[in-house]
Structure formats: C-alpha cells, structure tokens
Design a protein around this ligand. Structure first.
Ligand SMILES: Cc1cc2nc3c(=O)[nH]c(=O)nc-3n(C[C@H](O)[C@H](O)[C@H](O)COP(=O)(O)OP(=O)(O)OC[C@H]3O[C@@H](n4cnc5c(N)ncnc54)[C@H](O)[C@@H]3O)c2cc1C
Length: 302
C-alpha cells in the first residue's frame, strides 16, 4: 500500500484499484483475435501491462475484458529475413537491448533501450505495448520513425502493413482497430547506414524531457537518405521531415548537421509541462538532432 494509513486508503481506493474486469488468456494469435471480436471495443490486449494497468488503476482506462497475450511465444522473436530485421510485438525491451544482431544493425535501438525506464520495466514491457500505447514520450516510436520501419497488423481478415510514420494518428491513438493486434515490426537493413539516439531526462530511468534519434545512409560523403525521429518534442508522426528533406543529397558537413538541427527545432511544436518549458525543449530538438546525426555518421559505412 502506498498511502500509509487506512483512512488515506479508503479515500483514494478509487484511484488505486482497477474497476472490475474480466480476464482471459489467449492461446494463439487467432484465439486473441476471436476474443477481441467476441468482446468488442471494451476489450483490451494485455501485454507487459506497464502502461495499461497504471491507467486502469487511475480509471483512465476501464476495459471490461483483458486478453492476456503473454503466453504467445510466437510473437516473441528477433530474426533476420533477407534484408529485414523482424521484431515480434511481444519482444521485451530487455531482449531488444540484449540482442547482438540489433546492436550490429541498429545501434539506435540499443541507445534508446539503455535509457527506457529501469530493468523491471524493461524485463516485462514489450515493443508492441510501447507502440500501441502511443504515448508521445515513448522512445521506441521515434526510433522506429527514424529507421523508417513498417508495422504488421493482424485482423480477422488477414495481415496489413503500415509505415511507422503512419502508425500513430495522435497522442494515445494508432491505426490498430479494436479487433486487430500489432504482431511485428519490420526494419529495412541498408548498406552504408549508421544510427544513434540521445535522450535528456531529469533523472536516470525517467521519461524524456526530449529525445532524438537519427539514421543516416551515406554515399561518397553525401547523405543519400536520412531519418530523424523526435520524442516528446511535438513532432508530427514523431519525425522531423523538413530537416530530413534539407539534409538529403547534401554533404555531411558539421554546418549542414547544425542547420538540420535548426530546421528540426523550428518545425516541432513542443508543449510546456512538468518536465520543462517549450523553449528549452525546442533547444533540445536543435542540439540533440545535430548530435545524433554526427554520431550516426561516425557509425555509418558498415
Ligand atoms: C515507471 C515507468 C517508466 C517508464 N519509462 C519509460 C521511458 O522512459 N520511455 C519509454 O519509452 N517508455 C517508458 N515506460 C513505458 C514502457 O516502455 C512500457 O513497456 C510501455 O508503455 C507499454 O508496454 P507494455 O508491454 O507494458 O504494454 P501494456 O501496458 O500491456 O499495453 C499498452 C497498450 O497497448 C495495447 N497493446 C499492447 N500490445 C498490443 C498489441 N500487440 N497489439 C495491440 N495492442 C496492444 C494495450 O491494449 C494497451 O492499450 C515506462 C513505464 C513505467 C511503468
């Protein structure tokens, strides 16, 4: 108990205990989809529960049915398939951090995972849960936007693919429909690429004040392609598209990286909150963008 006295507990019970909810454990993806269809929009997938359960305790979410997918080991994998890395939706943060193949091709994901919460959250929180929660401060959303990944969503009628940058439709909203499940993230592996992620938080393990990820592909010292993802900085679709447009086709000079940082800062719309004022967040967008671009370039070419 967190309150310290029974009186406190009585007075705050409504915000500490979730409302009554039914629970069923899915035995396969098909079973989970059947349950979602049977129980309708008041049912919710339960993955790591690190976001959903606190929201239920605060009554910000009140599902009538929880469909637990934690037994679906078929959604828990990191595999190479041709020129793609495929990550199952039930892959835990800690597994992403421990994966050598992830580190080899996508250093940005190791950078991000090192600063997501703490080991307890990372051991149980999932990639799919992070993306479907769609919190504007979720680090992986910006990292996958920078990497130009693709999400695979399964519904009763089959699977469909959605670009990472079209997956989120707003704060806490995605394109996943009530009877669908996110099952996989696909990341293209391209030659000459490097990537990086940097985050500023008030304390170790805290949510970001602001964070930026970048992936850069070089051809003879010219930026052939680039992806820049912004976390908690009010960027449309978590991406700094205008800065990317500026940098693409230009030499990878320090001046150009700084200019890309300025453009990213000018085009994002951070809001003031308990983590910091908007102008400070805009400053972070500028500085961190130039910094991650520089680091991504130093890692490029492999
Ligand atoms: C103390 C704390 C600190 C944290 N700090 C950070 C941080 O610094 N950075 C960061 O990025 N995150 C942070 N997190 C969030 C963490 O990354 C969680 O893992 C994540 O928010 C949710 O993942 P989950 O698996 O627990 O999802 P759940 O809580 O189980 O689900 C979240 C939502 O997604 C839906 N959902 C889950 N999986 C699927 C699926 N496959 N298909 C469709 N819908 C699905 C659920 O129905 C629910 O609506 C923190 C969490 C805590 C508790």
């Amino acid at each position: 108990m967190t309150g310290g006295s029974d009186e406190w507990w009585e007075g705050n019970a409504a915000v500490q205990v979730p409302a009554q909810v039914e629970y069923e454990k899915a035995t396969s993806v098909e079973h989970a989809l059947t349950l979602l269809t049977r129980y309708g929009p008041e049912s919710r997938i339960l993955a790591g529960g690190h976001s959903l359960i606190p929201m239920m305790k605060l009554r910000l979410a009140q599902p009538e049915m929880l469909i637990d997918i934690n037994g679906l080991t078929e959604l828990c994998y990191i595999t190479l398939a041709g020129n793609q890395l495929r990550i199952g939706a039930l892959t835990r943060h800690a597994q992403l951090l421990d994966s050598a193949v992830v580190g080899q091709y996508f250093a940005i994901l190791h950078d991000a995972e090192r600063v997501i919460a703490d080991p307890i959250v990372r051991n149980w929180g999932t990639v799919g849960g992070s993306l479907c929660q769609a919190d504007p401060s979720e680090d992986l959303s910006a990292a996958f936007a920078a990497l130009k990944g693709t999400m695979v969503i399964q519904g009763p009628g089959g699977a469909r693919e959605v670009a990472a940058r079209e997956f989120h439709t707003g704060p806490y909203q995605t394109v996943v429909r009530p009877a669908e499940i996110l099952i996989e993230v696909r990341l293209p592996i391209r030659a000459g690429g490097g990537s990086s992620y940097r985050k500023v938080a008030r304390r170790a393990g805290d949510w970001p004040v602001g964070a930026v990820g970048a992936a850069v592909w070089l051809e003879r010292d010219v930026v052939a392609d680039v992806g820049i993802g912004l976390t908690a900085l009010g960027a449309r679709n978590f991406a700094a598209a205008e800065a990317e447009d500026y940098l693409r086709g230009r030499p990878a000079t320090a001046d150009n990286l700084d200019r890309a940082g300025q453009i990213a800062a000018e085009n994002c719309r951070p809001v003031a909150d308990q983590r910091g004022p908007a102008d400070y967040k805009r400053h972070l967008a500028r500085v961190l963008t130039a910094r991650v671009l520089s680091e991504a370039l130093s890692r490029a070419g492999g």
